[in-house]
Design a protein around this ligand. Structure first.
Ligand code: ADP
Ligand code: ZN
Length: 701
């Protein structure tokens, strides 16, 4: 039974401010409204939350959301409240009083959504809620946690099967960003919803640019990359704690605001770093993969992997943290032989050797791909991309292949002549004829110095390619010495041809291929964008929420493009729902209005306002007829006062107020900022009136 009498589409528009559903959302929502079970597989940022939030609002009663992480719950509840929705969580961070308040709102039928962890769900305290609440939908977020095959197994999730037994008529919606078949089947089976509709959305995230660089001169390349993206937020993933620290230190030394994050830091330090990142206070975090899980921040503009991840699932999840707002965002992976060796060692020692090695190999496929990288990525998730993506480094700058048989023969025959006693760096030093303690015993072999003309780092790249083509193995149990394979013998003795990818000469120019759309079509950093961003930060501080909860980058971007100057126009911006329009709309409308006036003085619309005023209309009437807020009308009048349009300030403000503002103005050091004066007056005189006075002082100074 629908309680709000609004259709899902209307709720989408009025509450969330979005005009269109994304693929599959509407169908999933309708199934929940028909009390049918479903499993939803969508990539991070795909829009899973709305699938259960809209039915929650459309139906009578309470939607339960089972979620594994407290931080994630809190973020979602905060975001829902910013839309004016009665959402709650129930977890161990709350005291008895807070829990009782939650209980009250449930019993009085006010709560629409309740987030709870699986542990709490099964607890004694919660059984009362389960008994008496009018539950209309049970949604299970991060449902892959149920599968012991997955990368994030949580034993408590396996107990959730009781829900269907206990509440056979309440629909269950299980959601995850992990797409593999084993996990999916585990979800269906363990939740006892074998007949559920299964929705698998495309895992393509076309707004993420993909690129791979050699892991040489990394710091220099990272500095270059961040230098091209001023005022943006990003994450740099590193394999070791030490690398997190050194990378953050290097960035700081170069004037960037960066911090490091890893499991070795105290938990309160970690929580604070995360908070500063979310609030846009620290834009760059250098972190191990411990960072990011449970962060909903939608305006992460880039992700760098300083080291290669051990599998594609992890990689995709990590880059997926960029660009959740759908705007162009960049990803960059550094690929090096050293990492491959290290990760292979981990895999060998992992107890799941075969599986881990196979997964690592797919990661190498991606890193070395001579074809569109997105094709490789998507094929891993069983999707095919027909056309090249045009938004990866391979598409933008196709690698040149050459006949690398001679180079390969030089390397392989050196390994052969050393009786397979060389590690990678020793091999390169022998090839380049560098005499040191690594090569001392090999200076007499015939190929010593045979590859002098090739730089050390270029040899690294070619050897990596050879390794990947299966020409040798690395003996992890024998000082990482290189051992020839069957195929190597064919190259050495049967003249088998090998092609290699040319090492790129002008690497610097293409680092982190700036997203085409950012560069060419949508210059995101117009001054208006920065102004709106600043207003967003001020509002975020005022309302104690992260900036992106006020409005996403995508919403601000659309404001910059469409320049809404009244509420009607503002409500057409994607992401501006009724509640946010009322609460924040005027701040942004005013800023846009002022910006337009600045650009276009001739058409100054404030003159129309003043003309109306002179015709005897009141401020309220003008606001209504022009579809703007009264504060906007006041700002027009302020301009009128400044440009001597024959207005009398005392038509708008009485003498006592004028004097009070004057005093506060002087006490604030004659600053023309509104806020300090507003606060000095203990918020008793409106911004509109203060602005009028300031204009008056200005024109009389
Ligand atoms: P997920 O849970 O799948 O990672 P979210 O539910 O957090 O993704 O959604 C990601 C972003 O996409 C959010 O900023 C959300 O507001 C936005 N979004 C979701 N659905 C739509 C839609 N129909 N139109 C526009 N934006 C949407
Ligand atoms: Zn491509």
């Amino acid at each position: 039974m629908a309680s709000s009498n609004l259709t899902p589409k209307e709720i989408l528009k009025n509450t969330f401010g979005f005009n269109e559903f994304r693929p599959m959302q509407e169908e999933i929502i309708n199934q929940a409204l028909n009390n049918e079970d479903s499993v939803v597989l969508m990539p991070t940022g795909g829009g899973k939350s709305l699938c259960f939030q809209i039915p929650a609002l459309a139906k009578d009663g309470l939607t339960l959301v089972i979620s594994p992480l407290i931080s994630l719950m809190q973020d979602q509840v905060m975001a829902l409240r910013s839309h004016g929705i009665n959402a709650f969580f129930f977890n161990s961070t709350q005291n008895a009083k807070e829990q009782a308040e939650v209980m009250d709102s449930i019993m009085s039928n006010k709560a629409k959504l309740l987030y709870v962890s699986p542990e709490k769900l099964m607890s004694q305290e919660f059984s009362g809620i389960l008994q008496s609440a009018n539950i209309n939908l049970i949604s299970i977020d991060e449902a892959h946690c149920i599968s012991s095959w997955g990368h994030d197994f949580r034993p408590e999730y396996t107990k959730l099967g009781f829900l269907k037994q206990k509440f056979p008529n309440i629909p269950i919606m299980a959601l995850t960003a992990t797409a593999d078949k084993i996990t999916r089947n585990d979800i269906l089976k363990q939740l006892k919803i074998e007949h559920a509709h299964v929705h698998i959305a495309s895992f393509d995230r076309p707004n993420l640019s993909l690129s791979v660089e050699q892991g040489i001169d990394k710091i220099k390349k990272i500095l270059d990359f961040v230098g091209k993206r001023p005022n943006t937020s990003g994450i740099i993933y590193c394999l070791s704690r030490k690398e997190c620290e050194t990378t953050a230190n290097k960035l700081q030394a170069n004037g960037y605001n960066a911090e490091y994050y890893h499991a070795g830091r105290k938990s309160d330090e970690r929580a604070n770093i995360q908070k500063r990142f979310i609030k846009d206070e620290t834009p760059i975090i250098c972190a191990t993969i411990a960072f990011g899980m449970g962060i909903d921040k939608s305006n992460v503009r880039w992700v760098i992997h300083s080291n290669m991840p051990k599998n594609m699932e992890g990689f995709y999840q990590e880059i997926g943290r960029a660009g959740r707002d759908g705007l162009p965002s960049d990803t960059l992976l550094f690929y090096s032989l050293r990492d491959v060796i290290l990760l292979k060692q981990f895999a060998e020692d992992s107890g799941q050797k075969e599986l881990q090695l196979a997964k690592l190999e797919r990661m190498q496929d991606y890193s070395e791909s001579p074809v569109c990288r997105r094709k490789i990525l998507l094929s891993y998730f069983n999707e095919t991309l027909e056309e090249d993506c045009g938004n990866c480094d391979v598409c933008k700058n196709p690698p040149k292949q050459f006949d690398g048989t001679i180079n390969t023969q030089k390397a392989l025959s050196t390994i052969y002549r050393s009786e397979e006693n060389l590690s990678t760096s020793a091999l390169i030093n022998v090839l380049r004829g560098t005499l040191n303690n690594q090569t001392f015993d090999f200076q007499d072999i015939k190929t010593f110095g045979i590859g002098k003309e090739i730089l050390f780092k270029d040899w690294q790249s070619y050897l990596l390619q050879m390794l990947h083509q299966g020409l040798f193995d690395i003996a992890y149990d024998d000082h990482n010495k290189l051992k020839l394979t069957e195929l190597a013998h064919k190259v050495l003795f049967q003249n088998k041809k090998i092609s290699l990818v040319q090492v790129k000469k002008k690497e610097k120019e293409k680092i982190g291929t700036l997203s085409k759309r950012i560069r060419k079509e949508k210059p995101i950093k117009t001054t208006l964008f920065e102004k709106l961003r600043k207003i967003r930060t001020e509002l975020a501080t005022k309302y104690k929420v992260p900036p992106y909860v006020i409005f996403s980058d995508a919403t601000l971007q659309q404001m910059v493009e469409d320049k809404p100057v009244n509420e009607d126009q503002m409500s057409n911006i994607s992401g501006v729902g009724d509640h946010k329009l009322e609460k924040y709309g005027s701040y942004f409308i005013n800023a846009i209005y002022e910006d337009l006036n600045k650009d276009n003085k001739k058409g100054a619309a404030y003159k129309d306002t003043i003309a109306l005023y002179k015709r005897g209309k009141t401020v309220a009437e003008i606001a209504k007829s022009r579809k703007v807020q009264e504060t906007t009308v006041m700002s027009h009048i302020a301009r009128g006062l400044e440009s001597d349009e024959g207005l009398d300030i005392f038509d708008f403000i009485d003498l006592d107020e004028y004097k009070a503002v004057k005093r506060a103005y002087i006490e604030c050091g004659r600053s023309h900022q509104l806020k300090p004066i507003f606060e000095k007056l203990e918020e008793t005189i409106s911004y509109g009136k203060i602005r009028l006075c300031l204009s008056h002082f200005k024109s009389n100074e």
